[in-house]
Design a protein around this ligand. Structure first.
Ligand code: PLP
Ligand code: COI
Length: 343
């Protein structure tokens, strides 16, 4: 198989139309079988639920070329499960997780030439998504839906890759206490766009959101969960009902405990605790971001600096990064069920 002629090492996190995508339609109360297509255009009613009332949700996962030349993907069952939960909360029909996994594997297989080579620093990002395609004008769920998965080769989410970033504590809220923060609804991202543009305009890579009710506890960023490391190597990650249950973060908790022998705490983390200097390392984690170290958090003029500094990842973050990516790229044996072989 010939790989596509792409400068893999210099890919950013952007969209490239690849050869095949998967499309399934929901009509008259049932999903059709779905199929691969080369057509990258979506044609829907001008009054579609997604266009009028933002009825949409999505997922993100990656395919990797392993050290020994296989193509694999990482825990797609968890993305399938999360999409089911997103659909239920948005009054959309559930696309069954078993079918979701099958469709992901099909899309990867059909776009094998687009899976970046081992060691290139790039990966194939899959974007499964679902939206209300049938017309609605009164506020109610649509009757018809489309589920699609496209694939696009990507490089690092943050420019500079593993170099520490600076984030700010934002005054905007991402999720209400009983809202939709725990699901991957498109609307969560629409309302974060102003905050992210404003953060970028002020020189920050991302926004760190606080809990909307008390504004005292760390939640997550716009597109990733947050991890903290104490000087003694304890892994601490915020627990909240309004953050997205990140597959990467849940995997890192396991890696920290079972591969690296670190103590793991999933609990509330206050901004005051972070400001007190309790943590020596901090990072973002997610499929797109992998683990991106945070060197500094700015809180309205107050700078919270981590001992790991602004040049490189701290030692525990690096071990977590190396172990997780080692598992994904086949250098380190994975826990049972984490790796799905495509070929
Ligand atoms: N939190 C938010 C808001 C996200 O958009 C993402 C990205 O998917 C994550 C966390 C990380 O989740 P995962 O590790 O499942 O990609
Ligand atoms: C992901 O990590 O897959 C995301 O969805 C984050 C962002 C690109 C929305």
């Amino acid at each position: 198989m010939e790989k596509k002629n792409i400068d893999w090492a210099n890919l950013g996190f952007g969209y490239h139309s690849t050869d095949y995508r998967f499309v399934a339609n929901y009509k008259d109360g049932a999903w059709d079988e779905g199929a691969l297509t080369t057509d990258d255009k979506v044609v829907i009613s001008e009054c579609a639920g997604v266009l009028q009332y933002s009825q949409s949700c999505f997922e993100g996962l990656k395919a990797y070329t392993t050290e020994d030349g296989h193509i694999v993907t990482f825990r797609p069952d968890l993305n399938g499960e999360r999409l089911e939960n997103s659909a239920k909360r948005l009054e959309m029909p559930v696309f069954p997780k078993e079918k979701f996994v099958e469709a992901c594997l099909e899309v990867i297989k059909a776009n094998k030439e687009w899976v970046p080579p081992y060691g290139s620093g790039a990966t194939l990002y899959l974007r499964p998504y679902m939206f209300g395609s049938g017309p609605v004008i009164g506020v109610k769920p649509a009757d018809e839906y489309q589920f699609r998965i496209f694939a696009t080769p990507v490089g690092p989410y943050f420019k500079g890759g593993a170099k520490p970033i600076v984030v700010r504590i934002t005054d905007f809220d991402r999720a209400a206490p009983h809202g939709t923060g725990h699901i991957k609804a498109g609307l969560n991202y629409a309302m974060s766009l102003h905050a992210i543009v404003d953060a970028h305009n002020n020189g920050y890579a991302e926004n760190m959101y606080l809990d909307a009710a008390t504004r005292t506890k760390i939640e997550e960023t716009g597109g990733a969960n947050i991890i903290f490391i104490k000087p003694d190597g304890t892994f601490v990650t915020p627990k909240s009902n309004s953050i997205l249950p990140s597959v990467t973060r849940r995997s890192l908790e396991y890696v920290a405990e079972h591969y690296l022998g670190m103590k793991v705490e999933e609990r509330e983390v206050t901004l005051a605790e972070v400001e007190s200097g309790a943590f020596s390392e901090c990072g973002l984690c997610g499929t797109a971001a992998v683990i991106s170290p945070i060197g500094r958090i700015d809180d309205h003029g107050k700078e919270i600096c981590f001992a790991s500094g602004m040049e490189e990842m701290g030692p525990y973050t690096k071990k977590l990064y190396d172990t997780l990516t080692g598992i994904q790229m086949g250098r380190i044996e994975a826990p049972e069920g984490w790796i799905y072989k495509v070929d």
